[in-house]
Design a protein around this ligand. Sequence first.
Ligand code: C5P
Length: 293
Amino acid sequence: MPPRLVQVRCPAKLNLFLEVLGRRPDGYHELSTVMAPVALFDTLTVREAKTFRLDVHGPPLPGTNTVEKAYRAVARRRRIPGVRATLAKGIPAGSGMGGGSSDAAAMIEALDALFDLGLDRHEIAAEIGSDVNFFLERGPALCTGRGEKVAPIPSGPELHAVIFWPGFSLSTAAVYGRVRDFLTPAPRIVIDFLNSFGREGPEGLGRVLFNRLELAAFALHPELSALRGRLAEMLPAGARMTGSGSALYGLCASGAEARRLARRVRGEFAGFVAPARVMTREVSWRSRKSGSS
Ligand code: C5P
């Protein structure tokens, strides 16, 4: 019997490498990016109901929630009942950590499990957003196309991160809109990063972390550049922006070190600060299913 309630943990992600190869005729940008999930979670709980309803615990989110978009996308393909969904937010929205995409992937998985639909999850995920497919996987991956083509990569070293979000959001579209000023005819190639990923610890990796979107985000918000500089001085392997921002992160070697550094960062910076394990190998973080509601 299919479960009657599904609870799914929705991890955040960090972009460890992100190069923009050019603008495509459809308006999106061609990417080469390495992403890894991190142990900072939203939690989505879904059970059958008469109509669709979503309760979000956390700050209100702008626009139609990606959880609702995922429900509507599935409902266009299959006759499904309503659901009562509860989303507990732990990942700041508009931070470049992929919370909305992770929530959408979780909703697709939850509906598939609840109603035994046999969905083509990747096709639905790509319709909702470029990063949603990544969250259907369970570990670090090289993502290409507009980000929706996901190739798992071999395991990396044990890594932890200190994540800092300054409390303001950046529009992904605005950051991509600005990146054209920073494209280069000789883009960085991901293979050098991938070689280091297999070999180096956090400090070696820190030297090859890269994000082309930083320059665009810093042009829109110069104070973010100054924050990155200050954060880089406090962390052993420097600091980078994730995705289209505005969250910044630095790598370190152990959970204890990440917690210690996070306490120091909290003392110096106003905003959201979290230590989190980087999932550098394939893991199973997903669902808890229950036969009773
Ligand atoms: O795919 P997603 O909805 O997350 O993208 C949000 C916006 O970010 C897009 O409308 C587009 O302006 C920009 N984008 C882009 N190239 C990508 C991904 C996103 O230009 N590869």
